[in-house]
Ligand binder design. Structure first.
Ligand code: 26V
Length: 754
């Protein structure tokens, strides 16, 4: 379709201006309205069974380009904007990024919605409409500070539906008001929806920081994602949020069943519910309760629920496996208690061991256990992760329910993570391999026949250089720091967590700093880029950010070191930053302690954009290594079975590693006069003590191998054509990590949407 006329009509009607007289913000709103109308005109996919993807997070990223791409209007819109003196990239800067997620789990949910729609499957998301997001991160005094991150605008992507459901809490009833975001599918004529529930009268943003009255449930329930749960009010608020989401979501499912004329006794033939980690797990007792209200017997209701629900596990870290005291549930949703007790009684007949019960001896409800007993599918998110679930973490469950357990290796939507964020590379791939990869990502393998083509390899390097230049401009614009696009760009972007070992990356920086100070220069300049938010109550994570910011300041001020080594941490790392950073990366840091990172998904995005991975054999890195082969990836470090053994026998003692000549000076640098002059002594000293004495995630175990392997990568980078060849192999093999593949597998093995 020709979009010039409708856009012209819109700018005239909205602003009384011709498109070429509009500024970028006006063009953004005109395009937004146009894409909204296009998506609204699309039908929902049909099918006898419909999926509801329940998730506390949907980390959508900006929607304009993505939706234009899905509607097949991207190129035309970009062309028109250029005629009018702008570009899509510029216009998109007017869009605030929706702040509905936190990390990989939320971004995965967004990639899945994109793929479900692109495959034409009937599947909607269900979540909450957080007003101020996780938080907006700013730095001052080399520390992270948190501010509200408002993103909702009057003329934004949220569509009012007029639908509302009463949610009954212990204190009374609150209405859940439904807002939708359209999810148009690429290459299909359909659109699905993301359903976001909200309170009727949301509270305004806090005046200072992110503190607010956690007891004001009626107004603050949807203020923030993951409100601080270090006190009881915070924990209760989390439970209020979860129950609000699932009760409204379950009512929505039943309403849609009614509209389709389906008897709730047939629910499981018509509905699949994917539970994204344990945050939505209360949908199980809540849907059961609603079915009982509709006259089903307990046997009937449990059968329907347990054959509709499927659970995805995203972590084996104990701290993230949710357990709620029954007393909390009694306060929030007392009507669930009898149902949970009955579910627990029945589960104990299958697994009498009290450690595996739904309700533990201390009267706490284990959400993952609830999910496993009352779902028909339990999946991990990468081969290694699923293996660890089956063989250790959830072994007793896998032994009694072997048919429930399965793997679904994560994926990413290449539409956002290659086509939209790296159009030049997408164009080169088209030239080499034809455009079919855009609908059939396995076709990327056709690139393998170009690994000997000097022209293609040179163009690949050129594109990387252009993307690095664009990143330099963004970093200069946002942070006032000027980077060197000819240095090696080494990037680690992900949530800050000790198991992801940003602190080990910092030890490498210290090592290089000390070498340069002693006159030993690296083979070429290196730029180390970090992006990470730390949970506001996670003290150690914030200390690691502090360390990185102090190192950055130290190096920036040192004219001897600065030409060779730079460190920058981008503030408020989010999807928008990721789209800018990932295409510009040479070396992708995926350095978690083996066994701890369930999958990782940025590893896949970096690979698809021609970065080489420096990683441990953890999560999906294992599958990446198998696909690209040992010569096209830099792996190092202890293997997962060694690590699991060390934990089992208390066999790891960081002090032994600290004693080594190659390690001690790096660790001691944390409390060197140079660093203490810039940083907070308590924070740096606490990091130092922890690393020597505890180091729970074993950074010192792997640090020497890490340094040697990273040095080898830096050296290899000098052989530009060999490096480009490796990069091309990575791109060629990345098709496996398309979320279209992942969703096809979910559909085939779990959802069966037809
Ligand atoms: C846990 C908690 C604990 C308390 C604070 C808030 C909070 C928020 C989320 C979670 C669940 C963490 C699970 C998670 O995000 N897992 C990640 O899932 C990705 C997608 O499958 C995967 O690639 C990452 O490896 C995995 O860490």
């Amino acid at each position: 379709m020709d979009i010039q006329l409708p856009l012209q009509r819109l700018t005239r009607a909205k602003y009384g201006l011709e498109p070429n007289q509009c500024d970028a913000g006006q063009l953004y709103h005109a395009l937004l309205q146009f894409t909204q109308e296009q998506a609204a005109g699309r039908p929902a996919p049909e099918g006898e069974r419909k999926l509801y993807y329940f998730s506390a997070e949907f980390l959508l990223g900006k929607l304009l380009s993505n939706n234009l791409l899905a509607l097949g209007l991207y190129d035309q819109a970009d062309e028109l904007l250029r005629q009018w003196g702008h570009s899509l990239a510029e216009v998109e800067q007017a869009e605030p990024e929706p702040s509905l997620g936190n990390g990989g789990l939320g971004r995965l949910a967004a990639c899945f919605l994109d793929s479900i729609a692109a495959l034409g499957l009937p599947g909607d998301g269900v979540g909450l409409n957080y007003h101020y997001g996780l938080f907006r991160q700013v730095f001052s005094d080399n520390q992270q500070r948190e501010l509200p991150n408002p993103w909702i605008e009057p003329d934004g992507w949220l569509i009012p539906t007029g639908v509302r459901f009463p949610v009954r809490f212990g204190f009374g009833t609150l209405d859940a008001v439904l807002w939708d975001i359209a999810v148009p599918g690429a290459h299909t004529g359909i659109a699905n929806r993301l359903h976001l529930f909200d309170v009727e009268h949301p509270a305004p943003a806090p005046q200072q920081g992110i503190g607010f009255d956690k007891r004001d449930i009626a107004h603050c329930l949807t203020s923030f994602l993951y409100p601080d749960d270090s006190d009881e009010d915070g924990r209760l608020l989390r439970v209020y949020q979860q129950y609000f989401m699932v009760s409204a979501g379950a009512q929505l499912i039943l309403k849609e069943l009614d509209e389709r004329g389906v008897d709730p006794r047939q629910l499981c033939q018509h509905v699949a519910i994917q539970i994204n980690d344990t945050h939505p797990s209360m949908v199980i007792p809540e849907l059961t309760r609603l079915l009982l209200e509709r006259g089903l017997s307990m046997d009937e209701a449990l059968h329907q629920v347990a054959h509709a629900c499927a659970y995805t596990n995203h972590t084996i870290l104990a701290e993230a496996l949710e357990k709620w005291p029954m007393s909390y549930l009694r306060t929030v949703a007392p009507q669930l208690e009898p149902i949970l007790r009955e579910m627990d009684r029945r589960a104990k007949q299958v697994l009498p061991d009290p450690r595996l019960a739904i309700i533990g001896p201390d009267d706490t409800v284990h959400m993952a256990h609830l999910d496993i007993h009352y779902s028909y599918s339990v999946n991990g998110v990468a081969a290694l992760h699923t293996q660890i679930l089956c063989q250790s973490e959830l072994k007793p469950f896998a032994d009694v329910y072997p048919y429930k357990f399965n793997n679904k290796t994560n994926g990413i939507t290449l539409r956002r993570w290659l086509e939209a964020c790296n159009p030049q590379l997408a164009g080169l791939i088209d030239q080499c391999a034809g455009p079919q990869w855009r609908t059939d990502p396995a076709r990327l393998e056709a690139l393998l026949s170009f690994t000997g083509d000097g022209q293609v390899l040179r163009r690949l390097l050129e594109i990387k250089r252009e993307n690095k230049l664009a990143l330099c401009q963004a970093v200069e614009r946002e942070q006032g720091v000027r980077l060197d696009p000819d240095s090696l760009f080494d990037i680690q972007v992900k949530r800050l967590h000790e198991y992801k070992r940003q602190q080990m990356n910092a030890l490498y920086v210290i090592r290089k700093y000390l070498e340069i100070k002693s006159g030993q220069l690296p083979p070429r300049p290196i730029t180390v880029i970090f992006g990470a938010k730390a949970a506001p109550a996670y003290v150690m994570a914030k200390r690691i950010i502090h360390l990185i910011l102090c190192l950055s300041q130290l190096i920036e001020a040192d004219p001897q070191v600065r030409p060779w080594l730079r460190v920058v941490m981008v503030a408020n790392y989010n999807v928008t930053w990721a789209q800018q950073l990932i295409p510009a990366c040479d070396l992708s840091e995926q350095i978690s302690l083996a066994s701890k990172e369930a999958s990782g998904t940025s590893n896949m995005k970096f690979m698809a954009n021609g970065a080489l991975t420096l990683g441990t054999l953890d999560g999906a890195n294992v599958e990446i290594a198998q696909l690209v082969g040992g010569e096209n990836i830099y792996t190092f470090g202890a293997h997962s079975d060694q690590v699991i053994g060390l934990y089992a026998h208390n066999g790891y003692h960081p002090w032994d590693y600290y004693q080594r000549d190659g390690v001690r000076p790096l660790v001691d640098f944390l409390v060197s006069p140079q660093l203490l002059a810039l940083g907070n002594e308590d924070d740096l000293r606490a990091l130092w003590e922890d690393m020597k004495g505890k180091d729970y995630f074993m950074a010192l175990l792997d640090v020497e191998d890490y340094i040697a392997t990273r040095d080898r990568a830096v050296l290899d980078y000098g052989n530009r054509s060999a490096w480009a060849r490796k990069a091309l192999v990575n791109i060629a093999k990345s098709g496996y990590f398309s979320s279209d593949r992942t969703i096809q597998q979910y559909n085939q093995d779990i959802w069966r949407l037809g």
